[in-house]
Design a protein around this ligand. Structure first.
Ligand SMILES: NC(=O)c1ccc[n+]([C@@H]2O[C@H](COP(=O)([O-])OP(=O)(O)OC[C@H]3O[C@@H](n4cnc5c(N)ncnc54)[C@H](O)[C@@H]3O)[C@@H](O)[C@H]2O)c1
Length: 365
């Protein structure tokens, strides 16, 4: 029996066209025929997954979809290295070869890589088809599946080609996390604690107090952590869909994190690991600037250590290398690096007033 635990909404009703959508969170949802058939309402389906997730979950999903008008399955090679225009071409070729129409629904079954690519392919297909996110990593469940950012990498950098295209629905089946490799799961926790830091002091405290239950992937703790994270992301996206204001707060720790990834060469550290070290630096910088209680820095370090996330960048990340890498980040505005800092626990601001000395101080600390 499926167990639907939470339904949240991304409220985009104020825009010209109402593109609001639900996020369903529960257990046993992927294999539930009623849930899946309600989603597609008899339309054709282009199911996109990767070669690690597909063998685990696409059979159950396809069975639950039943006799949809037409089903095309595209299985991509797993991993960030395959997040490119070649994969988009592959998805579109398959959809066109099977003569799907614009009313067909694309389904992304996998982590953030599959989600970003499926959404982008759907945005391009016949000038825009619907798509549904079925995220299977913790990172994708709390972050990438919500908010409509889709796209692929380019040799010049990550996520440089893409489109805003909101999903029709996000379906989060907590059971999929049971097969997620430990390191991937832990990396996702970095994005979870980020929401507490930038928006919700009480949630931050809850995470600190429930670290063992989270590590053990206890279903009740996971359900609460994912629901609260999605609620915060949904509220931020509803307030600023296209990142002209508060949505930038979601990049807390990411300016440093992206720079670490760039210096390391993508793939050595996972994104969440780099963000975890980046958040410690950003939190420390916030305390250094006098706004944040330094106790929060210690609590974050304690959390990271308890779950197995890094608390500082690797040794080769010198202040000089970090500054150079941050200056080439795509989010640099008019030549100025913008930092997301905390004025207090649960409140973020964007600032450019950070000196090179400040950066050196938070690396060496
Ligand atoms: N669109 C956004 O707003 C947004 C936000 C954050 C990150 N992202 C993107 O997300 C991507 C990273 O996503 P990710 O961390 O989910 O990585 P991923 O999609 O590469 O998944 C990580 C690995 O876990 C495997 N996997 C996925 N689910 C599994 C499961 N349930 N059981 C076993 N194995 C499983 C995958 O096959 C893959 O090998 C990056 O490309 C990043 O740019 C997008």
């Amino acid at each position: 029996m499926p167990d639907l635990l939470h339904t949240l909404h991304v409220d985009l009703a104020s825009s010209a066209e109402d593109r609001s959508y639900p996020i369903d969170i529960g257990r046993g949802l992927i294999g539930d025929a009623a849930t899946c058939q309600r989603l597609i309402a008899g339309r054709g389906v282009v199911l996109v997954t990767d070669d690690q997730v597909g063998p685990l979950y696409s059979g159950a999903l396809k069975t639950a979809l039943g006799d949809c008008a037409q089903l095309t399955e595209v299985v991509l090679p797993a991993g960030e290295h395959h997040k490119d225009m070649g994969a988009i071409q592959h998805i579109l070729d398959a959809a066109l070869a099977d003569r799907h129409e614009r009313r067909s629904v694309f389904i992304a079954l996998g982590g953030g890589v599959v989600g970003d690519m499926t959404g982008f392919a759907a945005a391009c297909f016949l000038r825009g088809a619907d798509f549904i996110q079925v995220p299977t990593t913790l990172l994708a469940q709390v972050d990438s599946s919500v908010g409509g950012k889709t796209g692929v990498n380019h040799p010049m950098g990550k996520n440089l080609i893409g489109a805003f295209h909101q999903p029709l629905q996000v379906l989060i089946d907590l059971d999929t996390l049971s097969s997620l490799p430990e390191r991937e799961f832990t990396a996702g926790l970095a994005e979870v604690i980020k929401y507490g830091l930038i928006r919700d002091a009480e949630f931050f405290g809850w995470l600190i107090n429930n670290v063992e239950a989270l590590k053990a992937r206890e279903p009740d703790a996971l359900a609460l952590a994912i629901a609260r994270s999605c609620a915060i992301k949904a509220a931020v996206v509803a307030a600023d869909e296209r990142e002209s204001g508060v949505r930038a707060h979601l990049n807390f720790g990411h300016t440093f994190g992206h720079a670490i990834e760039r210096i390391q060469g993508y793939g050595d550290w996972l994104h969440g690991e780099a963000v975890a070290a980046g958040m410690v630096m950003a939190t420390r910088l916030s305390a250094l600037q006098g706004a944040l209680n330094p106790e929060v820095v210690e609590q974050l370090i304690g959390f990271n250590k308890a779950v197995g996330l890094p608390v500082s960048p690797p040794a080769n990340v010198t202040p000089e290398a970090l500054l150079a890498a941050m200056a080439s980040d795509k989010k640099v505005a008019a030549g100025k690096v913008r930092y997301i800092l905390l004025t207090q626990l649960g409140e973020a601001v964007v600032t450019e007033s950070v000196t090179e000395g400040d950066i050196a101080g938070v690396i060496d600390a």
